[in-house]
Design a protein around this ligand. Structure first.
Ligand code: SF4
Length: 485
């Protein structure tokens, strides 16, 4: 007796035996399409191949049948395993929803000694009384942060320049450490600083309390100093000296740097990357300007559009990939984030690439004056007079009242890409994010009209580039796959 059915029983000659699984597609060129399943795995196809998949004109052994099956684009009728697999993968990708509000930002002062024209937080130069967070406010913020559900939270000190109010940072860290044992929480601390006011005292405290440092570096000295003026014109020298001192005192992995792209940066991407490599930094995050604070007031934000920035980004990414191919492990961090979305089912930690949006659910911001915001960009908007993303006040609110507020629930549910016009039919949606603050700031609509959105143009441009690179030269694809590991 035969133990297996004959081969013909496993092949399909008729579309009647097959069904399409949920899918979306994007036209990339005259005869080129990106076809993606509901978790964003995709195929690059010609229009003829796309039509064959859509009309199920597929047969075992023809190559396209196997590709469409392996990417969970089609299944046999009545077969539930592919749908179950898709559901499991979707649940894994959305697991960030189980860990609400792991990030807590304390704006310990709005004062700063730099005067960057692109400053997004509308820093102030004086008036300690008015623009520094008080200890009473800080302790109430800590109560809220420690009552958030995650076992592991991150407390990040922001400004202005937070080292201008270092004694408050010291008090918050010591109190948090005193309380974390009884709460069973792990707390990671980060100070975001321009490093100009770094002292040995600060370094010793950071070393003793495992505090990490995040700083700003816009590129080589001439570009950095032009973007980031301060009295003495020595921002770059102080930042570089600070980077060396931090790494010496706290270890190489204790410091990260972020750059911001101004119009003056657009022709300098290789110089910027070379400066990061020269200083031994472990990668670069090529970031566009955001539409908040002085970046709007000084018209910096309007000086280039999303397409000009994309050309800068693509040039930089190709340059960085070539460095990696020469043996220098050096990721571009935004691509690395997207590649993790595209190549794995791990939940997204980065709050700006989530839907439901990361506002409130991913991060809360405690402002120097006691107001609580759903995101850092939300408090930046408030400094411009728009309080849309203000959730409450530390004097009266609790973690629960902030997170369950009608305002936050309304803002989150009203911005979801899964059901937004344009996004809901976009092939890149599983890897994208809702950015309600950006869309509110630029279009007065937190959902956003995506064909007019600079965020959407950049997202589509980068994801398309990454898919093309993954399908292109095996050496380029190998570099990108390493970044997602
Ligand atoms: S924002 Fe743009 S790229 Fe992102 S899901 Fe929506 S339409 Fe797609």
């Amino acid at each position: 007796m035969a133990r297996f059915l004959p081969e013909v029983a496993f092949s399909h000659s008729s579309a009647d035996d097959l069904q399409l699984l949920p899918l979306r597609f994007e036209r990339l060129g005259a005869d080129r399409y990106f076809l993606a399943n509901m978790v964003g795995d995709g195929l690059l196809l010609s229009s003829d191949e796309l039509n064959r998949v859509i009309s199920l004109e597929l047969a075992a052994g023809d190559g396209l049948y196997e590709r469409a099956f392996s990417k969970l684009l089609v299944s046999r009728k009545g077969q539930r395993s592919q749908l179950q697999l898709l559901a499991l993968r979707l649940r894994s990708r959305m697991a960030f929803l189980r860990e609400a509000t792991a990030l807590h930002l304390f704006v310990v002062t709005l004062r700063c000694e730099h005067s960057c024209p692109y400053c997004q937080v509308s820093r102030r130069s004086a008036d300690r009384e008015r623009y520094d967070m008080s200890e009473e406010t800080a302790m109430r913020a800590l109560d809220v942060a420690l009552s958030a559900p995650p076992q592991a939270i991150k407390i990040e000190f922001q400004g202005g320049e937070p080292l201008l109010n270092f004694e408050l940072i010291r008090a918050i860290v010591e109190e948090a450490e005193r309380r974390r044992g009884s709460l069973g929480k792990a707390i990671q601390f980060v100070i975001t600083t321009n490093l100009a006011l770094l002292t040995d005292d600060v370094l010793v405290f950071c070393r003793d309390h495992s505090i990490q440092i995040s700083t700003s570096l816009d590129g080589p000295a001439d570009l950095h100093n032009r973007n980031r003026p301060r009295p003495g014109g020595n921002s770059h020298a102080l930042a570089v000296a600070g980077i060396h001192r931090v790494r010496e005192a706290l270890g190489k992995d204790s410091l990260g740097a972020l750059m911001t792209t101004t119009e003056a940066s657009l022709d300098r991407v290789e110089d910027i990357v070379d400066e990061y490599v020269r200083l031994g930094l472990d990668g670069v995050f090529l970031r566009p300007l955001s539409p908040y604070g002085f970046a709007i007031k000084t018209k910096q934000f309007a000086k280039y559009d999303a397409n000009r920035w994309l050309r800068f980004y693509e040039r930089g990414l190709r340059y960085i990939i070539d460095l990696n191919k020469r043996g220098i492990h050096f990721p571009e961090f935004y691509s690395a984030l997207l590649l993790k979305r595209m190549l794995t089912d791990r939940p997204m930690g980065y709050v700006d690439l989530r839907s439901p949006a990361g506002i409130g659910l991913g991060a809360l911001v405690y402002n120097y004056d006691g107001k609580v915001f759903a995101s850092d960009e939300g408090r930046m908007l408030a400094e411009m007079g728009d309080r849309t993303f203000e959730l409450g006040d530390l004097a009266t609110d609790t973690y629960r009242s902030l997170i369950m507020s009608d305002k936050l629930v309304g803002l989150v549910s009203g911005s979801m890409t899964q059901c937004a016009p344009q996004c809901s039919t976009c092939a890149y949606e599983p890897h994208c994010g809702a950015d309600p603050v950006y869309h509110h700031a630029t279009q007065a609509d937190s959902l956003g009209i995506k064909p007019l959105s600079g965020f959407c143009t950049r997202q589509k441009g980068i994801m398309r580039l990454l898919f093309e690179l993954l399908e292109g030269s095996p050496e380029d694809a190998a570099v990108l796959r390493r970044w997602a590991a």
